[in-house]
Ligand binder design. Sequence first.
Ligand SMILES: O=C(O)CCC(=O)C(=O)O
Length: 297
Amino acid sequence: MDERIQEALSVLHSESTADLVHTHPKVAEVQIEDPNSWPLQFYREYVSKNLPVVANYTRKERDCGLTPNGLADGLNVIDGEETFVLPEEKDMPMKYFLQLLKEKKENYICYIQKQNSNLTEDFRELLEDIDAEVNWASKAFDKEPDAVNFWMGDSRAVTSMHKDPYENIYCVMEGHKDFILIPPTDLPYIPYKNYPVKRYRNVSTSRFDVEEVPGGRISWIAVDPLNEKESLDSYPQFEKAHVYSVRVGKGDMLYLPSLWFHHVRQSHECVAVNYWYDMEFDVKYCYYKMLENLCGR
Ligand SMILES: O=C(O)CCC(=O)C(=O)O
């Protein structure tokens, strides 16, 4: 090769060593705090300097429900007493949450399960990929969803049997969910009991605390459909309930009608979104209220 070219190449190499490797020893990682100012920052600091960058939306703290046993919003025996226990709510970076799912630590079970329309409130970035409503459902119900909830978590996290006053369009995007469903007309065979309410605190792999929730008592379903024998021994009338089981797979959507009882399990790292449309408080609702009254619920 021509000597001048050789020299020019070595100048290029040493200049780029000085400029690139010394000033930018590794690929930058940035967190996009403000999407409005990001395009200018991106062009100025990376495009114009011809530098790569890993842009991360996900370091924002996310609210995750933590329990030592996967039983959030469900019954646990605390100090010998059956208790309805709420999860500890912990804000953590998404990266950390994903790492926890991979590690699957004992006694440290996390589940993104906040039902405050967390998709539209806390995970707005995902709205580029996930619709904020299901068009045909909004047409059918003639309203927009009241809440759109994002769910992601550990296979050990279980949602105990309950019902909601919502028409529920439940969509699974990754993995699967196993639903146990019981129709509202079976209310007479579904026993309720009154329980104290407490909340997990300081959950770690080796210990946890439980704190009082002021004034907390709740009437909750006393049977566990996964523990059929024990449930039937204590509450033989539960045998009359019509129990459906359905697996909702990736790409599937479940329409879960309002007031149907449901219990939910999931595959590990399952990702789902559900759309809650407020129910109509029509004649069905009136009959249900009458049934509740007749059954002393
Ligand atoms: O996916 C879950 O764990 C629970 C879902 C649920 O209870 C609901 O959509 O109302």
